[in-house]
Design a protein around this ligand. Structure first.
Ligand code: ANZ
Ligand code: ZN
Length: 808
């Protein structure tokens, strides 16, 4: 990469010295503090937020700053447009990757985080961002996580948390819990052993209590539809019925179904392999050995492996067990299968192979009967018919419409209508060192007791050893001095909770802390919160479509319920940047050796060129490959702006050029507002062409070009601005206004003749022949001459005249 870049550097001229200029202006901005933000004043506010990065050991590649550049342009535009702008940055630095990095390199995670943050900050500063660094936050700073812990305690007090034995991925040979990301096809990434599920005591947050609000409040948000859809699917609200099937021999089992109308088509029942009924009926299962080994096999599979479309579904018949269909009293066989999940619905399914795809495939594979109960015209041997229609083979419901009988059939079967969610409660603990300690104490006589608020932050003990314990417990469990404490209530001996919070915790509310980063008394001062909320634009990658954006919305709603924040949603508008792929079209990654480092690019071509290029590459949301050659185009554009200064004289530009200038001011403003930065740049390129074709350019026009370019190329524009004699930074100037009257004047008047005589005229700004002829014909004063006559010829003189030659 380096070699290639230095070869193309010869192609750039030394029209201007980007290294010198960029350094100078960055130092200048820092010294004068022009990007510092205060609340208050008469200006409207704009809160422009990036998803804060996780500072990894490998630093930034050119793909990372794409979103940061876009928000920087946006923030600068808003500032120039008279807004009081909050545009902060910080670090999401707890979590497994930092801990693993530290273990591998034998440095303490707190040291590694410090080094990585410094490296990230250096990389960001050379790009010329207008962050207010006085508001920087770091989730691993005790002064920050104090409030993460505080919020958790409030949830605990409101009864929103509970302890539960939740399974973790467990590698029996490494003796460690593994995140889903550490699994390689169900095996341990490190040693290749098959990973087991091991139940472990954990803290869980009852986020499902917020499912309905998380869903319904999505409607009012200005977010990409695809993200809203992902959230809807993640929450997964389903209306359906719970129906009960008797099991011969005494027990019963409930199923959740969205299609009670198909109950007469049930040909078997399926339980999740983990279903609690199995233990009870075990003595009556005639093929127990086979069943047992199947259950063991399924336990090794991940949820995705079990349910993914196209994955082969497997199951085992429970010999000797049968159930009774509540609708018609018929006996149906009972199976267990991997495609039925224990933690959705009731963990049991009534299978209707004629009308459900998964059941159909399964029935075909195991030769189970298929019974159609909807619309004889839909019956097929090839696949399930999953739509609605007229019921058949359904007893007294025959002939009725399937949709309309849902309530009636549910009642007929003694079932009930229910709402189910796919969203699960949030397992809010990790058995790791590098996370926020959960501020709870276990006391033999008082039970679970919260750490008093005045003792927060409960700091992570600073220790040398934080390797996994081998028991599945957190490394904190092995630190006796830390674990053994006094019960805050009875003062007797007690033990600290040793689970830590998950990586997602700190990012749930950081945007609130930027509003008031140094407050020692509160998470955020209500006055400041009211002033800045909500975040007006939030920008980041689509990988956060669900987890982060669900957890943060939940956390925010909780804070809203306890009166900490004033609005029920945190992020009004969301925009996602598309990835920048490597020059080879693959995802940029060390593994593919296609990583382009922004430091190299900035050194060779300048931050301003990089910024223009990344914004010009294509639509913001689109993924696109990096090309250093194309980047040179952006560099040349900037150089041309630099050179244009030599053309400044007293003579003003031509009228068309002036019109184009006003059009461009309007378009660039609108485009930045709409995150269409690429089209904003292309319209400035068109303007630049026009200015270059002028014999000379007046100072005012040149300055206007600099002003609208300033958000994109902050260094060179500030430099040229000061060269023109201005004392104040261009970034404190006001966004230029355009003259609406100058825009309308592009319309022209076209005379309309019939047989050479003027009969009317047309005012338009569309010069196209087909449009003009049609519009002319439709004018009533012309129509009366044309009606009933044959038009022999239509003559159009562009922008001037139309003549209809008619016979008669
Ligand atoms: C019978 C039926 C007939 C179904 C039919 C569908 C079509 P959603 O929309 O995702 O909520 N189901 C229920 N619990 C399940 C579990 N634990 N694991 C796997 N599948 C489960 O899906 C609800 C449908 O998914 C339910 O409706 C059930 O199959 C299945 F023509 O019941 B249905
Ligand atoms: Zn106690």
């Amino acid at each position: 990469m380096k070699k290639k870049a230095s070869k193309s550097v010869s192609k750039i001229s030394s029209v201007y010295d980007h290294l010198k200029i960029e350094k100078k202006w960055q130092a200048d901005w820092k010294k004068s503090g022009i990007y510092k933000t205060k609340e208050g004043g008469k200006k409207p506010k704009a809160y422009v937020l990036d998803m804060f990065p996780y500072p990894s050991g490998s630093g930034l590649h050119v793909g990372h700053p794409k979103g940061y550049i876009a928000t920087d342009v946006f923030a600068r535009f808003k500032r120039m447009s008279g807004f009081n702008v909050l545009h902060p940055m910080g670090w999401d630095a707890f979590g497994l990757p930092a801990e693993e990095f530290a273990l591998k390199n034998k440095i303490h995670p707190s040291i590694a985080v410090k080094t990585n943050v410094k490296c990230y900050k250096d990389q960001l500063s050379i790009l010329g961002f207008c962050y207010d660094w006085d508001r920087e936050v770091n989730t691993t700073d005790p002064e920050y996580y104090k409030w993460t812990q505080w919020a958790f305690l409030q949830m605990h007090k409101k009864g929103l948390t509970y302890e539960s034995h939740e399974p973790i991925n467990w590698c029996p040979s490494c003796k460690t819990g593994l995140a889903n990301e550490d699994l390689d096809n169900g095996k341990c990434e490190r040693c290749g052993s098959i990973v087991e599920k091991k139940p472990i005591r954990q803290w869980v947050i009852g986020i499902t209590k917020y499912a309905d609000r998380l869903l319904s409040d999505l409607d009012a948000l200005d977010w990409p539809n695809s993200i809203k859809e992902s959230q809807k699917n993640w929450i997964g609200r389903s209306e359906g019925s719970e129906l009960t099937f008797e099991i011969k021999g005494g027990e019963s089992v409930s199923v959740f179904t969205t299609r009670p109308d198909t109950i007469f088509g049930v040909t078997y029942l399926v339980l999740a392999p983990e279903h609690h009924l199995i233990e009870k009926i075990k003595p009556r299962i005639e093929n127990w050995d086979k069943v047992q080994s199947f259950i063991k096999d399924v336990a090794k599979k991940t949820q995705i492996e079990r349910t993914a479309e196209g994955k082969e579904k497997t199951g085992v018949h429970l010999s000797g067990i049968s159930a009774v269909n509540p609708a018609n009293g018929e006996k149906v066989p009972v199976w267990i299968a991997d495609y039925v999940l224990a933690d959705y619905g009731t963990g049991a399914v009534m299978a209707v192979p004629a009308h459900d795809e998964r059941d159909f495939v399964f029935a075909k594979k195991y030769n189970l009967p298929i019974m159609a109960v909807i619309g004889s015209e839909h019956v097929s041997d090839e696949k399930a018919y999953t739509g609605g229609g007229t019921l058949i083979n359904s007893g007294k419901f025959n002939g009725k419409d399937s949709e309309s009988v849902i309530k009636e059939i549910t009642k007929f079967c003694n079932g009930k209508l229910v709402v189910r969610y796919k969203l699960r409660d949030w397992v809010f603990s990790r058995q790791r060192y590098w996370g926020e300690p959960i501020p709870l104490v276990h006391c033999a006589s008082c039970g679970v007791v919260p750490v008093p608020e005045k003792e927060l932050p409960l700091k992570l003990p600073n220790v040398k050893f934080y390797e996994p314990t081998g028991t599945g417990e957190s490394p904190l469990a092995a630190i006796d001095k830390w674990v053994n404490t006094k019960c805050p209530q009875c003062k007797g001996p007690a033990k600290r909770e040793t689970n830590t919070m998950p990586q997602w915790a700190g990012s749930c509310w950081y945007y609130l802390r930027y509003m008031d980063p140094k407050n020692k008394k509160m998470l955020v001062d209500p006055k400041k919160e009211k002033y800045w909320s909500p975040v007006d634009v939030y920008v980041g990658g689509t990988e956060h479509a669900t987890r982060h954006l669900i957890y943060a919305r939940f956390w925010h709603k909780f804070l809203y319920d306890i009166g900490v924040v004033s609005q029920s949603e945190p992020f009004t508008q969301l925009r996602n940047q598309g990835l920048i792929m490597g020059p080879d079209g693959q995802k940029m990654s060390k593994r593919f050796g296609n990583v382009v480092n922004p430091d190299d690019i900035v050194k060779l071509y300048g931050a301003d060129s990089l910024r223009v290029y990344e914004m010009f590459m294509g639509p913001f949301e689109q993924a696109i490959s990096w090309s250093t050659d194309n980047m040179l185009g952006s560099r040349r554009f900037i150089e041309r702006v630099w050179r244009l200064k030599q053309k400044i004289s007293k003579d003003s530009v031509k009228k068309d050029t002036e019109q184009l200038l006003h059009k461009t001011i309007k378009k660039v403003g609108q485009d930045i507002q709409g995150f269409s930065h690429n089209t904003a740049i292309s319209s400035m390129m068109i303007l630049l062409n026009a200015l270059e074709s002028e014999a000379s350019v007046d100072k005012k026009t040149y300055e206007t070009l600099l002003l609208i370019l300033a958000p994109f190329t902050p260094h060179i524009t500030d430099d040229l601005w000061s060269q023109l004699g201005h004392k104040k930074s261009i970034h404190l100037e006001v966004w230029p206004t355009y003259d609406e009257s100058k825009l309308i004047s592009d319309s022209f008047k076209i005379m309309i003749q019939v047989n050479g005589k003027i009969r009317g005229s047309l005012e338009t700004n569309n010069p196209e022949e087909a449009f003009v002829i049609k519009a002319a014909k439709e004018k009533p004063e012309i129509k009366k001459y044309l009606d009933g006559n044959e038009i022999i010829k239509e003559i159009y003189v562009k922008n001037k005249l139309v003549n209809f030659v008619v016979k008669g």
